[in-house]
Ligand binder design. Structure first.
Ligand code: ADP
Length: 294
């Protein structure tokens, strides 16, 4: 399967240009769309999910015109929106059964089997008789994936699914996503670098409506090798360092600040070379606004 997005632009009536000539090619497997809040991720996700119009551009899914042939796309689409509400008084099993009915699985036996299979896939089998209103945040998100999986969608879009989850739930959610990404396109939008690092072998970074990088995380990391320099400084000196060096990120470290500087050569003897990771890629791209193919 291949999803091709070309020249996609969107300006909201208030003048905000949320997408600026976005182009992407996405194949089967897990694709990560990484960007800060307000970057345009949800706008792009909603447009691919046929819920919103674009001003310009094309989206093609294996020969199907996504922006025009909405019904055709919806038959193979699963979508977990950023804001996902549930009916609090209904049990997980009943709700899924209802969604399966709505999605056209009319045979009772087949529907029951589908629902139980999905409950198992999303680790919700043991709580299937519980009301959704009593679900924790993590369980609700897993239910969100469960409802999106009804009908075995070939294109699955999940918008910021791990925001607000504790590390254990995030981990559980990662495992589920990784298992369901075989033989379909899963697009995961997130502002959490770790989500991408753990799950995705292809990614794009979006910022201010533009795609700044697309490709494989490990290639992007390789390109930064020898260019990231680390130093631990006193917090009060940050402004001075910021003036002198291209600081891409700073973290508190034992009460002091650890800074990562991007530079072709060692800035001075007090810096040590640091092995780059995906956070360095992300922050250097966001800060320096490079357009690149990884
Ligand atoms: P993200 O999902 O990356 O946080 P969004 O796609 O939600 O980004 O938003 C991109 C930009 O578009 C932001 O500046 C946001 O405020 C603006 N925006 C999003 N939805 C609307 C809307 N319905 N009307 C006006 N502006 C919007």
């Amino acid at each position: 399967m291949k999803l091709k997005i070309q020249n996609l632009s969107k300006t909201y009536p208030n003048g905000v240009q949320a997408l600026k000539s976005v182009g992407l090619e996405i194949s089967s497997g897990m694709f990560g769309l990484l960007g800060p809040n307000g970057a345009g991720k949800s706008t792009l996700m909603r447009t691919i999910a046929t819920l919103q119009k674009a001003d310009e551009g094309e989206i093609d899914l294996d020969g199907c015109d996504v922006l025009k042939e909405k019904d055709k796309v919806r038959q193979i689409l699963g979508y977990l929106p950023q804001e996902f509400g549930v009916y609090p008084e209904v049990t997980a099993e009943l709700m899924l059964n209802h969604i399966a009915l709505l999605k056209g699985i009319s045979d009772t036996k087949e529907r029951k089997e589908t629902v139980l299979y999905i409950l198992q896939q999303t680790n919700l089998f043991d709580v299937r008789k519980r009301k959704l209103g009593g679900f924790s945040g993590g369980m609700k998100q897993r239910f969100g994936i469960a409802q999106a999986l009804v009908g075995d969608p070939k294109l699955l879009i999940v918008d910021e699914p791990t925001a607000g989850l504790d590390p254990e739930e995030r981990n559980r959610f990662h495992n589920i996503l990784s298992e369901i990404s075989e033989n379909r396109i899963v697009i995961l939008s997130t502002h959490i670098v770790d989500d991408i690092q753990v799950l995705c072998n292809h990614m794009a970074i979006i910022h201010d409506g533009r795609i700044l990088l697309s490709g494989q995380p490990e290639n992007a990391i390789k390109k930064l090798e020898g260019k990231i320099w680390k130093k631990i400084i006193d917090k009060k000196d940050i402004a001075e360092y910021d003036n002198k060096f291209n600081i891409i990120r700073s973290n508190l470290f034992g009460g002091n600040l650890q800074i990562h500087v991007w530079s072709e050569d060692r800035p001075d003897d007090s810096f040590v070379s640091e092995k780059p990771d995906l956070e360095d890629v992300y922050f250097s791209i966001i800060k320096n606004g490079e357009t690149d193919e990884a």
